[in-house]
Design a protein around this ligand. Sequence first.
Ligand code: 5GP
Length: 194
Amino acid sequence: MNFLEEKIQADGVIKPGNILKVDGFLNHQIDIGIMRQIADEIKQRFCGVKVDRILTIEASGIAIATLVGDLYHVPVVFAKKSVTANSTDEKYVAKAYSFTHKSENQVLVSKPYIKAGENVLIVDDFLAEGEAAHALIDIVRQAGGKVAGIAVCIEKGQQNGGKMLREEGYRLESIAIVDSMDWESQTIRFRAKN
Ligand code: 5GP
């Protein structure tokens, strides 16, 4: 097991409905030490890949995206899930169904914050069905940018997002990949040789 799999094993709580709760270090309280390790690992896995900008989605992607952006010394942008009254910029808009909230979200990024020709690394906390990732890919395309890759902390390999993105040809790096989990016994299996 790698450091993140060990942390999930120690602190993660499996909830009914195929939900992994990691509020103790990623989704509510943030363990900066683990987040730094994840960011370092992402940078290492994308060694040699040109990255001009990091793109994530609010809220839980922001912490890891910020640390990755710091390593690359590039701007970090988070897509918003609702229109804010004080923003008058034109927006790129995409749609994503939320597996955890069971609702369709609009995903918005103000046009000045992604530029044509940029290599954009998409970063997020979880990958499940790939809805959020596909919405961010759509926004990068609308902006005329290029997806440099997709980096996630935890991929739920029992859902379809990872398989789809890899089949579509995206370079996807997931620091921990859950292959199966059972809430009654609180057991979790990770993909070997990730
Ligand atoms: P997707 O769009 O790939 O279906 O789901 C990814 C998004 O849903 C992530 O941004 C994350 O916030 C949330 N998510 C999906 N599954 C889980 C889960 O098991 N646990 C937590 N904490 N969040 C999840």
